[in-house]
Design a binder for this molecule. Sequence first.
Ligand SMILES: [Zn+2]
Length: 174
Amino acid sequence: MSLITIQIVCTNDTHSQFEPFEKKLGLSINQTTSNLGGVARRKTIFKQLTQDVPGTLILDVGDHFTGSDFFTFFQGELEMKILKQLNYHASALGNHDFDGVLGESKGLHRFLHTSSTHCPKTQMLCSNILDGTTFQPILKPYIILEPVLNVRVGVTAVMGEHAWKVSLSLSLVR
Ligand SMILES: [Zn+2]
């Protein structure tokens, strides 16, 4: 029997932060400042991790939207283009992913429009947001990926009750 290595890389709450930023670390006496984050750094890390372990899945658990002027101006387009550039396999939704508004396109509709347009290969998953009429999931409830030949991995996502209640979703989905 041979050993098979699968690596799951997961991000969350990126909140429209594309540029690196300075962050003070540590307690007040020995405080240091560190430069963190940024999409370019994330891409470099993902590339390295995928080179190290070819069977790598790149996932996100949501809250792509809201948190910088990039979102204010483009209402989610850039966040989705970055998912494509970084080769994300799948993502769940966070409560802020309902925040987009562009003309008549709002909430989940806006999210699904931007994701299907700008990162069609990244599967947006949620098993418990249901159509109010058919009671079927609006998004794909799960996918099966094959990070290594003949090794299949199921990926699913749910939205927590609190996240749902604090999202702008209630008036926008139905
Ligand atoms: Zn968040």
